[in-house]
Design a binder for this molecule. Structure first.
Ligand code: CUA
Length: 332
């Protein structure tokens, strides 16, 4: 048996540790929505949580009250049992019915809201899930990229979601709910981001050994910043020179061209488009920072970093890796 004061200290320490979790900077949070879709889902969650809390408090208060009021004491008679009390029967049938209606109406309204067809002015973005990366296309803008979705705040975006292989699920917690990518089916997810920022996402449907490494980044930015980004991605990268030119040769001579596209250089379709990889924030579907060291590590042995990665270990020499790093980083 733990002595009294020790128990209080233990309780306070546990509570402090537990509550510390609330103060963490959590980019994968769903309780700080940054879009209309996220807010709609969060409001419903708060609504239902409110009802659950109310029911918990009322039921527990009644239970504790009854336990104390009717507890056994020496010389006390058995409490009188009540059978077939019409008023009570009606009350505990009607009250749950009213609560279920109060939950069902906003739930159904939110389901319709989150599945509404995209508005005409929405920016169309096609997202294709692959084991284990995201292909991103902007058909109106003629832009192809991977693992990083840029969008302007204040304008609706309409994501057309499909898969190239197995089931995946698109999930950027701060921007809204999950939506599955299903073979032979085109799913849509429409939302308007309203706060500029970088929002990490994660594939939310088990899709193989590197499912946990299938991440993405959404960059919500002002219209001016978005247009500057789109302008940069539409232009071809600068011609390579120096070390980057050696890397360009290594890219053509090695296996890279078989799987990757670089506008005007190669047109592989199995892996991510690398035309502007130098300007992306992450590598390998969000698991590495886009730094020279991480890029070199990735090129040397992709499956060592990302289990099951379809990009093989190409057996590149250190010189080839250095040249490729210089070349890929020049593709801004
Ligand atoms: Cu893709 Cu899990």
């Amino acid at each position: 048996m733990i002595p009294g004061p020790a128990r209080v200290i233990l309780l306070l320490t546990s509570a402090a540790l537990l509550l510390a979790g609330c103060g963490l900077d959590s980019p994968m949070t769903t309780v700080e929505p940054k879009s209309d879709l996220g807010r709609a889902i969060h409001e419903l969650f708060m609504n239902i949580s409110g009802w659950a809390l109310l029911i918990f408090v009322v039921v527990e208060a009644l239970l504790i009250g009854v336990v104390f009021a009717f507890r056994d004491r020496p010389g006390r008679e058995e409490p009188r049992a009540t059978h077939g009390h019409l008023g009570l029967e009606i009350a505990w049938t009607l009250v749950p019915v009213i609560i279920v209606i109060a939950i069902a109406v906003p739930t159904i309204a939110t389901i319709f809201k989150t599945n509404a067809p995209p508005p005409r002015e929405a920016l169309a973005i096609e997202v294709t899930g692959h084991q284990w990366w995201w292909e991103v296309r902007y058909p109106e803008l003629g832009i192809v990229t991977a693992n990083e979705i840029h969008l302007p705040v204040g304008r609706a975006v309409s994501l057309s979601l499909k898969t190239a292989d197995v089931l995946h699920s698109f999930w950027v917690p701060q921007l809204g709910g999950k939506r599955d990518l299903i073979g032979g089916k085109l799913n849509n997810l429409t939302f308007t981001a309203d706060v500029p920022g970088e929002y990490p996402g994660q594939c939310a449907e088990f899709c193989g050994v590197s499912h946990a490494n299938m991440r993405l980044l959404v960059v919500a930015q002002s219209t001016a910043d978005f247009e500057a980004w789109a302008g940069r991605l539409k232009a071809p990268p600068a011609p390579p020179s120096g070390e980057a030119a050696k890397g360009h040769q290594a890219f053509l001579a090695g296996g890279c061209v078989a799987c990757h596209t670089i506008q005007g250089v190669a047109a592989g379709v199995l892996g991510p488009d690398l035309t502007h990889i130098g300007g992306r924030k992450t590598l390998a579907a969000g698991i590495l920072k886009n730094t020279p060291d991480d890029l070199a590590r990735w090129l040397k042995d992709p499956p060592a970093t990302k289990p099951g990665a379809l990009m093989p270990k190409l057996g590149l020499t250190d010189d080839q890796v250095a040249a490729l790093v210089a070349y890929l980083r020049s593709l801004k």
